[in-house]
Design a protein around this ligand. Structure first.
Ligand code: NI
Length: 184
């Protein structure tokens, strides 16, 4: 497995429309492995293939939450539960909405409160090539909606005002310039 470079704003690659995955083959399994490694290393909880410059409808998600514990017990360490979504489709979005403080590996160190439907029903192909359907709430719902947006070239900052969005992109560009300045 290998780490892949993550594309950041304002790279136009992030605005591309991703095409469906046609075959769950060895190449795809390799890409999935590399995407998990890249996401864990970053670190992040979700990554869309377009963020590593592959315009295919593929997402990896791992919330890395600790196991649930009984009341009064101490929370354990984060547990890895990798999820793969190939050609995901959101079939239904709840009317109820919820706000969550979102970030994105393609928009480093920037966060904003984003309102989205609270729960979603989705259909996707899993890593074994089987069709799956499920309902998601909580952080999984937020993450899935955020990642599916990536496949259509949509970023979380698109849910903000133009002014706010431009400001965030400027901050990312400036931070990168400052960083490069230090190594030169
Ligand atoms: Ni993102």
């Amino acid at each position: 497995m290998s780490l892949l470079p993550i594309v950041t704003v304002p790279d136009p690659v992030l605005r591309a429309q991703s095409a469906p995955v046609e075959r769950v083959d060895d190449d795809l399994q390799r890409l999935i492995g590399d995407m998990f490694e890249t996401m864990y290393e970053a670190p992040g909880i979700g990554l869309a293939a377009i963020q590593v410059a592959v315009p295919r409808r593929l997402l990896v998600i791992d919330l890395q939450e600790p196991d649930p514990v009984a009341e009064g017990e101490e929370e354990g360490p984060p547990v890895k539960r990798p999820h793969v979504f190939i050609n995901p489709e959101i079939l239904h979005r709840s009317d109820a909405r919820k706000t969550y403080n979102e970030g994105c590996l393609s928009i480093p160190d920037q966060y904003a409160e984003i309102e989205r439907p609270d729960t979603v029903r989705a259909r996707w192909t899993d890593q074994q090539g089987r069709t799956q359907e499920g309902e998601f709430g909580g952080l999984m719902s937020v993450c899935l909606q955020h990642e599916v947006d990536h496949l259509d070239g949509v970023l979380f900052i698109d849910h903000l005002s133009r002014l706010r969005r431009d400001m965030i992109v400027k901050k990312v560009v400036k931070a990168r310039k400052d960083r490069l300045g230090h190594v030169l």
